[in-house]
Design a protein. Structure first.
Length: 322
């Protein structure tokens, strides 16, 4: 067909960098499309070289790349792929970043600091991203850093569904700080459980100190929620909860399992921790597969959103703002 009645169709394609190809493959399988072929290489001088190994002209690309550690390598790889797709004449490139980098640096807490999350947003836009999709970002304000469409997804429904069991009927939802209270409130509402909020003082990037426990945790099993676990500082807050009367094994509900060695060490040493429930927004390497760890896949959520975007269907009812 040609002229005014011509219909333009841009095939849906899923591609991945080296950060989490298993997640991209799972998404592609759900959507019934082959995972695109790419090659990423680390050169001897630590430079990154990327190559798209097939034709992508006039296609709608969804590129999956959570920027977990090594953060800078994965971020730079993403930026280079955006440039490669643009030069290969892809119709559009939507970036699926389940774990968004530098999200804890979204403002100037002190003078002469970089607003690093804004720098990342600028890099993605200038490199050709047409859309950005992320899950449970640490600071909601980052959505406003972009001048392109942004879809802020949440893993909350998946995690809530996991804890909707009789064994957690006598639990309480615990927010580790005031900043997570809104997220914890949604957990509590959906599970019909009481809400407890801990107040903490951050001493440095690595250390925090709990000052108060607001709410009644006495006689209840704690379910502590947070958007990410890196060094495991949230695990150290259990003392305050059990001092206030918490009982049973504590469970943790975490979207992004960064899981540095210090967090794994605390999981080993603290018998009060029963389970750490996480999603696969980032790849969990074999050495971090702790016996207390349970992983829930976000691939069905992402596949549904990608399909809706590609077909021009509404996703507003799928978005949960926390």
């Amino acid at each position: 067909m040609s002229g005014e009645n011509a219909v333009s169709y841009h095939p849906l394609r899923i591609f991945s960098g080296s950060a989490h190809p298993d997640l991209a493959k799972e998404i592609a399988d759900i959507l019934g499309v082959p995972l695109g072929k790419t090659t990423s290489r680390r050169l001897p001088d630590t430079e990154i070289h990327v190559m798209i190994d097939e034709v992508v002209r006039d296609q709608d690309i969804f590129f999956v790349q959570p920027c977990s550690r090594p953060v800078n390598d994965h971020l730079m790889e993403l930026i280079l792929y955006l440039d490669a797709f643009r030069r290969a004449s892809a119709h559009s490139v939507s970036v699926v970043i389940p774990y968004f980098p530098y999200a804890r640096q979204e403002r100037m807490a002190r003078g002469r600091e970089a607003v690093s999350a804004r720098v990342v947003a600028n890099m993605l836009e200038l490199s050709g991203a047409a859309r950005v999709i992320f899950i449970d970002i640490h600071a909601r304000a980052i959505q406003g850093f972009f001048n392109i469409p942004v879809d802020p997804l949440s893993a909350l429904p998946l995690l809530v569904d996991y804890f909707d069991k009789p064994e957690y009927a006598n639990a309480a939802i615990v927010s580790p700080d005031v900043g997570r209270a809104s997220l914890a409130g949604k957990y509590a509402e959906l599970l019909n459980l009481p809400l407890v909020v801990m107040q903490k003082r951050r001493m440095s990037f690595e250390t925090t100190e709990t000052t108060h426990v607001v709410g009644d945790i006495a006689g209840r099993q704690p379910i502590v929620i947070d958007d990410m676990m890196a060094g495991g500082s949230v695990l150290k807050q259990l003392d305050a909860l059990y001092d206030a009367g918490a009982v049973g094994k504590a469970a943790f509900s975490i979207t992004h399992p960064i899981l540095l060695p210090s967090a794994l060490k605390r999981l080993d040493e603290d018998e009060r921790i029963g389970k750490l429930v996480v999603t696969n927004t980032v790849a969990v390497p074999p050495e971090s597969r702790h016996p207390k760890l349970e992983i829930i896949s976000v691939a069905p959520l992402l596949a549904d959103i990608i399909n809706r975007i590609h077909q021009g269907r509404s996703i507003s009812k799928k978005l949960i703002y926390v």
